[in-house]
Design a protein around this ligand. Structure first.
Ligand SMILES: *[C@@H]1O[C@H](CO)[C@@H](O)[C@H](O)[C@H]1NC(C)=O
Length: 997
């Protein structure tokens, strides 16, 4: 009796659901996609059969007793139980807990207790010390606003619902207990556990080794700027008043006062045709840099502090990619394929499952930080996607604590997670984990499928076969979302899935075949797209790219597998910056299925096995000189500007180049070399003063040779475990040394500075290249290799060609995935690669750098440098103007080294180089200045202290070069305003050039 009644109810419900989820007709559906849809199998309207309530009475009351866990602590890297990850400071943790419990901790939300934040049933790792938000918030930003406190009257139970379903859509402002304790500041915990340590920001040993350039006077040195300059400036014996103002030429050491022996031999004058970009005609951007082994003096080491226990390959391993959670530490952190994230449940969470959980979060479940009252629009300080919600888990009844997860075929755009019943078993589920994949696909080998949900199944409907041999189910979850599930049994038999409880569906014993799931926000028409591509899945991705003239193009293509793969197109999700740059053919295959990504706006499903993206307007002509979109390269400075440069330069040229670059840090050493290379170039090529720069040039080369000879304090080693070139600073027990270089953090930043310096040196002295090219190419190959088959280095370690920018985090386990703070040092790397390619005549490398700059200009504009009309970040976050640190799972308007506004914004400005005017759009720069650094804003640039002041005013040159010039040319200039990685000389030249002054 019941079944026809149920069918009627169900059909009614489906029709209602259709009207709710039906597509707005205004949404363009690509013509190709439409024509594909025509071939879709007939609607299996007679096959609907509800499976809820479960017919199987023995299993219908298995209601999970616990609730999903929202981890909303700010920065939760590093599981303390997992050496060698950063160890825990127990005292600090106890302090943190005391702080949480303290009744006067926060005015309105004192009813929260640690126990309500961390339920008793939570897995042990939830209550890990790193989850405890630090109380060490900066004093620079306001505490929780009254508003956020007012909103925080919600109880902890609404954050951590006792019954999951109703509260999945918890109020967006809920992070109430975070009002004070989650303050994303330079939290002690996050610093201690992050890739940066407080001590590595300002290394204790740095000052001692930094020369005090006696001619560089200073006072009031900044203590904030990450650069070796602080103490060197502070130690200087000269006061600011002895600075010879640009306007007082008579007292300035004239060029003739500068020792000039040997000047004529070394430095060439400015060439007649200074910028000679290679002519690009269908130039492949992915030709090999080199294939030889690293130089012999880079010793191999086989004892990397982070063991590779789970990635099964003898090839170089991607250390900074989206799936590192599969092989690092507990192996339970998410891989962010976008829009989905996947993680091995490993007996944790609500379900205690041993399967792989799939999560897709709607905007309404985001947790937001407190508002920043100082900024216009009072933006929230951070947003975070709750971790631990398991919408669907693909598992098997046989999996248990003996089950093991291994990683096979780790590559640039994919890896395969293989979940075995036990280490020795061949019963397994293989998950191809591919960026952008349209379904989560589990390839089962002789296991009984167990499909679970931590937010509970509301309805599961058997929905026929879209194609022969493929069995479809419609799944509605209690959070109101709709999913489709496809089963493709190897034997073609009905898989007979049964809903056995609110949280589990079971198949038959010994199942072999694929199970695929996808979330469908687009009703019937969305379902047609999913039906059409069901049964196939991508197994790996590949990129190609070329540059012709100033137009770049690149293509992502996927190898696929599955039933009828040869005649079934893939469905893949693209990020906003992809869609924006699709060529016409690809744009025609865009569907109306949109699912939000975790931190990059809506992803859009696209039909087909490849996408082609176009980047017009690459900065191919950009060279070493100041550059802008309107003026191009500016080589000719006015006599006034030249004079100022020649007057100011001697003070900076006489700094001790050798000592400033001889540090225990690749980062700081590279910055120093880059700074002096830029200075030498500016004085000789823009100032036209070869004499003045000659000695510095020699010393620069000598200083650079220290690194090529591998004689710096912490020499480089070739790590044969993960395969790459690392600093040895982290081999002594503290992986945070040198910003985590040894564990592959920040290589593009660190090595980018060396590469940029080398590009300049080699351009001024081509004879230098013979001895140094291999070493510099080694750095390029380590941080940004161009090929997948180099036995020594992985492809493109830092730059993620899918996400359109680099990830700085290396082998550090993280709840929130990879992250990147400094977008400007990311673009610096691309610029360095471009210019090094030009210097050594590697047109492919030059083209690659140009293309990376083009892609980054677009991705930064979409996600990181937020103009007021940004649509991809939450509207209440956009007022921050920059992301701060963008993780795969959260975005936090802060830095790893402090929370002052000028740090947060400034680390997206420095170093100011020719590419800055390309990657930081004038509109963005103007909006940011107005909102933050203008005289009437919260942090007037005039009042900022130390080297950040110089950074801000150099950045001002992008929109107001005249004001920038006035600042740097002012009387009584205080050299503490110049950070250790920059020079007043270059800043003057930069402002003069951009302003035509
Ligand atoms: C993202 O997708 C959702 C759902 O389709 C839509 O409501 C929203 O407007 C989209 N946002 C953007 C920026 O396109």
């Amino acid at each position: 009796m019941g079944s026809s009644w149920k069918a009627t109810v169900l059909l009614t419900w489906l029709l209602a659901a259709e009207s709710v989820h039906g597509l707005p007709q205004s949404q363009p559906i690509g013509s190709v996609a439409e024509s594909i849809l025509e071939q879709t199998a007939t609607e299996p309207s007679t096959a609907f059969k509800t499976q809820y309530p479960p017919s199987n009475s023995e299993a219908r009351v298995l209601i999970p007793e616990a609730s999903p866990i929202y981890r909303i602590a700010l920065d939760t890297e590093g599981h303390p139980a997992e050496p060698p990850f950063p160890s825990t400071n127990v005292i600090r943790v106890l302090d943190g807990i005391a702080d949480l419990l303290s009744p006067d901790n926060s005015s309105a939300n004192s009813s929260l207790s640690a126990t309500s934040v961390l339920p008793a049933t939570a897995p042990a790792t939830v209550a890990s010390p790193t989850d405890v938000p630090s109380q060490g918030a900066s004093t620079n930003l306001p505490g929780p606003s009254n508003d956020s406190i007012a909103n925080s009257s919600l109880s902890a139970t609404s954050v951590l619902p006792a019954t999951a379903p109703a509260t999945v859509a918890s109020p967006t402002d809920v992070p109430s207990q975070g009002a004070s304790t989650n303050l994303p500041g330079p939290s002690n915990d996050s610093i201690a556990n992050s890739s940066l340590s407080a001590t590595s920001v300002l290394p204790a040993t740095a000052p001692a080794t930094v020369a005090s350039p006696t001619n560089v006077p200073s006072q009031g040195a900044s203590t904030n700027l990450p650069g070796p300059s602080n103490d060197s400036i502070a130690n200087s014996s000269l006061s600011a008043t002895s600075v010879l103002p640009a306007t007082a030429p008579a007292t300035v050491a004239s060029p003739t006062d500068v020792p000039s022996q040997g000047a004529s031999t070394d430095l060439p004058g400015p060439p007649d045709d200074p910028d000679s970009p290679s002519d690009m005609d269908d130039q492949d951007v992915f030709e090999p840099v080199a294939t030889n082994a690293p130089p012999a003096n880079i010793k191999a080491r086989h004892d990397h502090p982070v063991k590779n226990l789970h990635a099964n390959t003898s090839k170089p391993i991607e250390t900074n990619k989206f799936y590192a959670g599969l092989f690092l530490g507990t192996q339970t952190n998410a891989s962010f394929t976008q829009p989905y994230s996947l993680s091995w449940s490993r007996g944790q969470g609500t379900l205690k499952s041993y399967g792989v959980g799939v999560s897709h979060l709607e905007a309404k479940v985001l947790a937001f930080g407190p508002k920043n009252d100082k900024l216009p629009g009072r933006p929230v300080e951070y947003y975070i996607n709750p971790v631990g919600l398991q919408h669907i888990v693909l598992s098997a009844t046989e999996l248990d604590k003996k089950s093991v997860l291994g990683v096979e075929k780790p590559r640039a755009f994919s890896a395969h997670a293989v979940l075995k019943r036990s280490a020795s078993s061949d019963q397994s589920i293989t998950f191809p984990v591919v960026q952008g994949m349209g379904y989560i696909t589990g390839i089962y080998n002789r296991l009984q499928p167990l499909i679970e949900s931590g937010v509970f199944f509301r309805k599961v409907v058997r929905a026929g076969s879209p194609k022969s041999g493929i069995f479809k189910y419609q799944v509605a979850l209690e959070d109101g979302t709709h999913w489709v599930l496809y089963v493709t049994p190897n034997d073609g038999n009905d898989p007979n899935l049964k809903l056995v409880s609110k949280s589990s569906i079971r198949g038959t014993h010994g199942f072999s075949g694929t199970i695929q799931i996808a979330k469908n926000p687009a009703g019937k028409s969305g379902e047609k797209f999913y039906d059409n591509s069901a049964g196939v899945y991508p197994v790996s991705g590949h990129i190609t790219g070329s540059v012709t003239g100033d137009a770049g193009s690149y293509s992502l293509a996927w190898t696929k597998a599955g039933k009828h793969a040869h005649r079934t197109p893939l469905i893949m999700f693209a990020l906003p910056h992809h869609v924006e740059s699709f060529d016409d053919g690809t744009a025609a295959r865009v569907t109306s299925i949109h699912l939000r990504s975790t931190t990059k706006g809506n992803a859009t499903a696209v039909i087909g096995d490849s996408w082609a993206m176009v980047e017009p307007d690459l900065p191919v002509d950009m060279g070493f000189a100041p550059w802008s979109a309107t003026s191009g390269n500016v080589h000719a400075l006015s006599p006034q500007a030249k004079k100022a440069i020649v007057e100011v330069a001697p003070y900076e040229l006489q700094q001790n180049i050798s000592e400033q670059s001889n540090l225990n840090s690749m980062y700081y050493s590279g910055k120093a070399l880059s700074k002096f290379a830029t200075l030498v170039w500016t004085v000789s090529q823009l100032g036209g003063d070869l004499h003045a720069a000659s000695d510095a040039f020699k010393e620069l080369k000598t200083s650079f040779a220290r690194f090529v000879n591998n004689q710096q304090e912490y020499p480089l080693a070739y790590d044969s475990v993960w395969k790459g070139v690392v600093s040895t600073a982290g081999y002594k027990g503290d992986l945070n040394q040198d910003f985590g270089n040894t564990a592959y953090n920040d290589h593009h930043f660190h090595y980018g500075y060396f590469i940029q310096a080398a590009a300049i040196i080699g351009s001024l002295d081509s004879s230098w290249l013979d001895q140094n090219k291999d070493w510099v190419n080694m750095l390029v190959r380590d941080a940004g290799n161009s090929v997948e088959n180099d036995p020594h280095f992985p492809f493109s370690r830092a730059f993620d060609w899918f996400n359109g920018h680099s990830w700085a985090k290396g082998l550090f386990e993280s709840y929130d995935g990879k992250d990147e703070e400094s977008t400007s040092e990311d673009t610096m790397f691309a610029y360095a690669v471009k210019m090094w390619g030009r210097t050594i005549g590697d047109a492919s490398m030059e083209a690659r750098g140009n293309l990376m700059l083009g892609i980054m200009r677009r991705s930064l504009d979409n996600y990181f440098l937020m103009r007021n009309n940004n649509i991809n970040q939450p509207s209440k976050f956009i007022g921050n103007k920059v992301t701060g640190i963008l993780f795969e799972n959260k975005v936090d308007h802060t830095t790893y080294f402090g929370n002052s506004l000028e740090f947060i914004q400034g680390i997206h400005m420095l170093p100011l180089l020719p590419n800055s005017a390309y990657t930081r759009t004038p509109q963005f720069v103007a909006e940011e200045w107005e909102a933050m650094f203008a005289p009437n804003a919260s942090t007037p640039a005039d009042k900022v202290k130390g080297g950040w002041k110089g950074v801000l005013f150099a950045n001002l040159a992008l929109v107001n070069p005249k004001a920038s010039w006035s600042f740097f040319a002012q009387h009584h200039f205080d050299y503490s305003w110049i950070d250790g990685g920059a020079t007043r000389t270059w800043y003057l030249a930069y402002a003069a050039a951009l302003g035509g002054l």
